[in-house]
Design a protein. Structure first.
Length: 172
């Protein structure tokens, strides 16, 4: 079980980027996202993606991050610029335990660094938490997550040019 904890979501300012955190988490193999601020719009958006493209990815908003982080039973991984290098961390993080991946929006409170089992540096330059999450999950699953079949009614068929989307009523 892999869950992403989004800390510091500001609905008026971060709606698009938090939605992207959810979409990347879903597409790259996580089971759900927990967001500290209530935002029913993001819940509806991701539910709509599940309805069309399949899967049972969960989004829960309005959950106090400190309580969730404290009560999580498994390995807590904080993605940051200030931790153990990604390549080293992926080798050391236990594979069998449930995984909570923490990504921030605003400046992450200092206690997150202490509460995390691993602070993982995804590069040492400023960049997006969406990029950090994608890189971490890709390394974690060694690229296998990209071939997952979500069982949805809509499927994107890779093509060199153009767009090809199959609906459940259409044959390939």
């Amino acid at each position: 079980m892999i869950e992403v904890l989004r800390i510091g979501h500001r609905p008026a300012r971060d709606k698009r980027i938090t939605t992207h955190v959810c979409l990347v988490a879903r597409a790259f193999g996580a089971d759900g996202v927990v967001i500290d601020t209530a935002d029913r719009g993001i819940e509806r958006t991701v539910s709509g993606v599940n309805d069309r493209f399949g899967g049972d990815f969960k989004v829960q908003t309005g959950v106090p991050w400190s309580r969730h982080l404290r009560e999580f039973s498994g390995t807590r991984v904080h993605l940051t610029m200030y931790g153990m290098p990604l390549e080293d961390a992926v080798l050391r993080i236990p594979k069998a335990a449930p995984l909570l991946i923490i990504v921030g929006s605003t400046k992450v409170p200092a206690q997150v660094y202490d509460m995390a089992d691993f602070n993982v540096s995804v590069g040492n330059q400023p960049h997006s938490e969406v990029a950090a999450l994608a890189l971490f999950l890709d390394r974690w699953f060694q690229g296998k997550e990209l071939r997952r079949d979500f069982g949805g009614r809509m499927k994107v068929i890779p093509t060199a040019r153009g767009k090809r989307i199959l609906d459940s009523g259409e044959e390939e």
